[in-house]
Structures are given as C-alpha cells and as structure tokens.
Design a protein around this ligand. Structure first.
Ligand SMILES: [Ca+2]
Ligand SMILES: [Ca+2]
Length: 249
C-alpha cells in the first residue's frame, strides 16, 4: 500500500493539537491575521504565521501610517518600528478587535522557531532572506555575507520562503522581531502577565535576524536592543494566548 507523508509543519501542528485539544490554526475574525498553535513555555499560544505586514499595519492604524523605510507594498513586513510604536499598534488592535494580542517572549519565540533558531543547512538562501550575494552587491553593511543568492537585497514579501516545521514563515531573516522581554529565551518565561511586566523595561530582545545579517550576527538568536531602536530590518510578529482566543469566542 502506498504511504502518504504529511508535511513536517502539519505533523507538528497535529501533534500540538492532539496534545492540547485546541485547534492547530486560528484566524482573527476581524483582520484575518493567521496563527498556528505552539506549545509555549507557559502554555499554548497562537503565533503569527507571518511578520506583521505594511498592509495589516495600515488596516489597524489608518491609511498612510506604515512607518516602513522600504515602502514597497502591503505584503512586505512593516519595519522601522521602535518598541513604543509596536505598543501603540497593539493598543489600537486591542481597542478595535477586543483581543489581547501581544509580542512573544524570547522563550515563546524560540519555541515557535523549534530547532531552527540558527541557519544550519547547506544553502541558507532557501529558507531565509539574509545578507546574501544579491544584497552584498548593492549594500556594504560592513559584515560578512552568506555566499548564496536569495534574490532579495532588502526586505521580501512575507511568506516568500518555505515555512518552518510549525508552518511559520520568516522566523529567520527578513525582519528581526521585537520580543516582549529582554531575556535570551532560556528562562522558560512567557504569557500575558509576564509580558505586561516586561514591557516596562528599557531594553527588549529582537529575534531571528534580518536581511542585513550575515553568519556572524546569526550565531546569536536574540539581540538585546534599547527601546528606541528602529531600522529597516526590525519589525514584529503577533502572539495571543490560546485561552484568550477562547475567551473572545
Ligand atoms: Ca537577502
Ligand atoms: Ca523574521
């Protein structure tokens, strides 16, 4: 009998679903943001399938409001946002949707990334928009580049690269992603209360690297930055506690 193999991300989602009894996928009823169920360090969370896009930012914050340095279109990630900008977006989103979206803790981000917190295959350009040959030809970021071609000198439309084992795109590269805390993700912390407390701090983690990061920067998954930091390679991804999703049903 012929056997059919399920894609790795579907297997991982089905496992998380089976162990929790929660649906493997969630879609925001107002804005259509897509999420996948992840077993986080402090309970199940739904993690955004994509980095938040310029189109999504505009839907929430209003026309012409996307603060992106690269204004390329609605499918590109929003970037050039500091920590306070993201908090304003989250406040407005909660006001409009009634749902308590937030940033992931570094530990939750690592859980969503699975084993793939580092670029480790022979051709990293298949999996992520990083500082590659095409980027190096146009820019000199002053760091070492990957000796492969991912065809994107700057940001790429979200989902241009294949997803990780949990079905999440661009966890590595494209834009680095703000975390709700300033830990290295090894503390096993997460959840709404922890993130609310951590939001008061003056520094926060950025995870996964960006199009301007080469092999040396990608050695480290989380980089701690001042809240004022903003540049064209820094965006974010949404998370919501699974119990909060069911509260809003
Ligand atoms: Ca690139
Ligand atoms: Ca990313």
């Amino acid at each position: 009998m012929k056997k059919f193999l399920l894609p790795a991300f579907l297997m991982a989602s089905l496992c998380a679903e089976a162990s929790s009894g929660l649906p493997a996928e969630y879609r925001d009823p107002v804005y259509g943001f897509e999420f996948r169920l992840v077993h986080g360090p402090k309970g199940h969370v739904y993690v955004g399938v994509h980095e938040v896009t310029q189109g999504q930012w505009k839907k929430v914050m209003g026309k012409n409001s996307a603060p992106a340095m690269f204004r390329k279109g609605n499918d590109y990630p929003v970037e050039n946002v500091n920590f306070a900008d993201v908090q304003k977006f989250l406040d407005k989103l909660e006001e409009k949707s009634g749902a308590e979206y937030r940033l992931p803790s570094a530990a939750e981000w690592k859980a969503a990334s699975g084993a793939e917190t580092r670029v480790n295959n022979e051709n990293p350009c298949l999996d992520a928009n990083l500082y590659d040959v095409s980027s190096m030809k146009i820019n000199s970021f002053g760091n070492r580049h990957y000796a492969c071609e991912d065809t994107h000198a700057y940001t790429a439309p979200v989902g241009s690269f294949r997803p990780n084992a949990l079905g999440l795109h661009d966890m590595l590269g494209n834009v680095a992603e703000w975390c709700c805390d300033a830990s290295d993700g090894e503390n096993g912390m997460g959840g709404s209360e922890y993130c609310e407390e951590a939001a008061r701090h003056k520094e926060h983690g950025t995870a996964g690297g960006s199009f301007s990061d080469g092999p040396e920067e990608m050695e480290k998954t989380i980089h701690i930055k001042s809240n004022d930091t903003k540049f064209g390679g820094l965006g974010f991804r949404l998370v919501i506690d699974a119990e909060d999703v069911h509260k809003t049903d």
